[in-house]
Design a protein around this ligand. Structure first.
Ligand SMILES: *[C@@H]1O[C@H](CO)[C@@H](O)[C@H](O)[C@H]1NC(C)=O
Ligand SMILES: *[C@@H]1O[C@H](CO)[C@@H](O)[C@H](O)[C@H]1NC(C)=O
Length: 188
């Protein structure tokens, strides 16, 4: 089944939910995306200190075709943004279908609401035990290079614990989706 899904993704034949179904759409975007921009509050030297700081992170919410909606990440304390998170775990994660073939095929600019994007706020938390096992499977299946990342960087598994969700997927303005509706939605 997942092979078929990969083929469908490769062919750009994404079964994208209707834009007005924002909870489903948010789940779909999260599962379709392999990476996102994560904004933290910078702890670097001035003039950046205290300012928003966006950086790219690989994410996965589960193996292809079986996502949970929880964005997992593989992090190291050596990372410039993770240093921020160790001081203040609050973060914003933005994911967009612009990274799939969908928006280009449709001729939707990344800033076009029809090129669906999701903006999360929450706290980045380390995960352990069975959840870390799940995060490893979710991430390594979609980012095989992670297997070879240097052991001395002391990588750990983390998730964005979601507190707020904004979805832009249709004309008429950005909409909030409650975490409850988000986790209850079926993305496909
Ligand atoms: C999908 O994920 C759930 C929860 O992690 C798991 O129980 C189930 O076996 C998975 N299904 C497939 C088809 O991999
Ligand atoms: C998130 O921000 C709130 C309000 O600024 C703060 O009280 C809280 O400690 C922060 N959470 C974490 C995990 O850093």
């Amino acid at each position: 089944m997942w092979r078929l899904w990969v083929l469908l993704l490769a062919a750009g034949a994404l079964r994208v939910p209707p834009g007005k179904e924002t909870a489903r759409m948010a789940r779909f975007v999260v599962h379709a995306c392999d990476w996102g921009a994560l904004a933290t509050i910078s702890t670097q030297e001035p003039p950046v200190r205290g300012q928003p700081f966006a950086n790219v992170f690989s994410i996965s919410d589960g193996e292809v075709s079986n996502g949970t909606g929880v964005p997992y990440m593989y992090l190291t304390a050596l990372d410039i943004s993770v240093k921020d998170l160790l001081v203040n775990g609050n973060a914003s994660l933005t994911l967009s279908l612009a990274q799939t073939s969908y928006c280009k095929d449709k001729g939707y600019d990344p800033q076009d609401p029809l090129c669906a994007h999701v903006i999360f706020n929450g706290v980045v938390e380390k995960v352990t035990g069975a959840e870390a096992d799940f995060a490893k499977m979710a991430l390594f299946s979609r980012h095989p290079e992670m297997n070879d990342w240097p052991v001395d960087h002391h990588w750990f598994f983390a998730k964005l614990s979601i507190s707020n969700i904004w979805v832009l997927s249709h004309f008429g303005g950005i909409e909030t989706v409650t975490p409850k509706d988000y986790f209850n939605a079926t993305p496909w």
